[in-house]
Write a protein that binds this ligand. Structure first.
Ligand SMILES: O=C(CO)[C@H](O)[C@H](O)COP(=O)(O)O
Ligand SMILES: [Fe+2]
Length: 223
């Protein structure tokens, strides 16, 4: 599982034409749809819920949908997102009262499961659940908004997370989210990431394919 995945964050997409815009970015070469769920409680912003995920599926989007839950509490929306067509569901461990239970709920709902770490959240939440996760998502900005700058300390944390994955012997994706762009994606990959969320870097440009191709060219230098 060494291939690199590019996951545009629809936080920066055109909400008035969401289906079309998501289709456009997938046609431009994206692998996964990153779906940022914010509740104006766990993070100071409000986005969208399971109905929009369902609407994308009904529109005909078949690519994996990577649901990043920035909500508290976590559990009640997990079955709703699974029913709405989520492929992967990740949550912030400090937002769940019972991490193991939330992970089990995601798996029972038929989705892949992962934990998300804010820049200041320690990786020790992984200690007893490495056998229950499919993905680790490291935030390289504080959560809540697109268009922020990549926090450089994330590179060290990515190396630590990659060492934990290698030691586990399991196939676990290492995703990075926040401030990823053509200029830094190679450095981020070299630190151990294999899945890259990019919102503003892609959706704020007129030619999505040009950005995604440029990202893949940078990634090819790392392999
Ligand atoms: O989870 C998020 C914010 O909380 C977004 O996925 C992230 O910020 C992506 O946007 P950008 O690439 O513009 O930084
Ligand atoms: Fe995100």
């Amino acid at each position: 599982m060494s291939d690199f995945l590019i996951a545009p964050s629809i936080l920066s997409a055109d909400f008035a034409r969401l289906g079309e815009d998501v289709e456009k970015v997938l046609t431009a070469g994206a692998d996964v749809v990153h779906f940022d769920v914010m509740d104006n409680h766990y993070v100071p912003n409000l986005t969208f819920g399971p109905m929009i995920c369902d609407a994308l599926r009904n529109y005909g989007i078949t690519a994996p949908i990577d649901v990043h839950l920035m909500i508290k509490p976590v559990d009640s929306l997990i079955p709703e997102f699974a029913k709405a067509g989520a492929s992967i569901i990740t949550f912030h461990p400090e937002a769940s009262e019972h991490i193991d239970r939330s992970l089990a709920l995601i798996k029972e709902s038929g989705c892949k499961a992962g934990l998300v770490f804010n820049p200041g959240t320690p990786l020790h939440y992984l200690d007893h659940v490495m056998d229950k996760i499919d993905q680790i998502l490291l935030m390289s900005v504080n959560p809540g908004f697109g268009g922020q700058s990549f926090i450089p300390h994330t590179l060290e944390k990515l190396k630590e997370a990659r060492a934990r994955i290698d030691a586990s012997g399991r196939e676990i994706r290492l995703e990075v989210d926040g401030g990823v762009k053509v200029d830094n994606i190679a450095e981020v990959a070299a630190a151990g990431a294999d899945m890259f969320v990019a919102g503003s870097a892609i959706f704020n440009q007129p030619d999505y394919k040009a950005v995604i191709d440029a990202m893949r060219q940078e990634l090819a230098k790392v392999k």
